[in-house]
Design a protein around this ligand. Structure first.
Ligand code: FPP
Length: 234
């Protein structure tokens, strides 16, 4: 008999392996990223079907600027097209859309496409789709520290910091999934990951589909989340 699946409130994906997926097929890296966008769309569908409340994707890190300019340009072109073509559709479905990271450094046309989506999604209250762009957890924590210092408070607790992050008021990820067999967080949601389950999947990101998603839910359902306690909490 199939064990009952636990559905995370918030699932976050570190999308890795687009380049290797393409290399294996002797294709340009750009094609790997294009297939990566298709995988991202499949995961949004799966999360919606499963009843996940929030899904986060690590699309571009503060370290990714060191990539060849041609690849950076291609990636942001894909982000703009994704916003026009698909995010607008997600907005119509009622999803809440958010972007975390320093968007001021992004190409102007990409920023314009994202702003249009944010405007259109105002008032939605469905699943939260969060896309990390020019995001780095250390940057995020430093921004929070500077905001707190500027406010003049003398004592800080964990809630004070959480309230100054991009994810203020939202649940921490119950599970963080990284594709392509790499086992590290790479400056992703370091504060929010304090109690997240970590799942490392060998498949390259463009191969993520319904079956991989089910495997993730099965693995997550087996984990015993104790939050430092001795007994199982959920
Ligand atoms: C990691 O693979 C992937 C990225 C750095 C970019 C992820 C971007 C997308 C899936 C597409 C654009 C996003 C949106 C929101 C439309 P890699 O290139 O590091 O792969 P490798 O480690 O195999 O070289």
């Amino acid at each position: 008999m199939q064990e009952e699946l636990k559905i995370p409130r918030h699932i976050a994906f570190i999308m890795d392996g687009n380049g290797r997926w393409a290399k294996k097929r002797l294709l340009p890296r750009k094609v790997g990223h294009r297939e990566g966008v298709a995988a991202l769309r499949r995961m949004i569908e799966e999360c919606d079907k499963a009843g996940v409340g929030m899904v986060t994707f690590y699309a571009f890190s503060t370290e990714n600027w060191t990539r060849p300019q041609e690849e950076i340009d291609a990636l942001f072109k894909m982000v703009s097209e994704f916003a026009d073509k698909y995010l607008s559709d997600y907005v119509k479905r009622g999803y809440r859309i958010m972007f975390m990271g320093d968007l001021t450094k992004l190409p102007a046309d990409t920023v314009a496409a994202l702003k249009k989506i944010l405007e259109a999604a105002k008032g939605n209250n469905g699943m939260i789709v969060n896309i990390a762009l020019n995001y780095g957890a250390r940057d995020e924590i430093l921004r929070a520290i500077n905001t707190i210092l500027a406010s003049g408070v003398r004592e800080v607790d964990a809630q004070t910091v959480s309230d100054c992050l991009y994810t203020a008021g939202l649940p921490d990820p119950d599970v963080i999934v990284r594709s392509s067999g790499e086992k590290r967080l790479s400056n992703f949601m370091l504060w929010q990951a304090a109690y997240s389950e970590l799942i490392f999947v060998d498949d390259y990101w463009p191969d993520f589909d319904e079956k991989v998603f089910l495997r993730i839910l099965q693995e997550y359902s087996k984990r015993d989340r104790r939050y430092g306690n001795v007994r199982r909490i959920d």
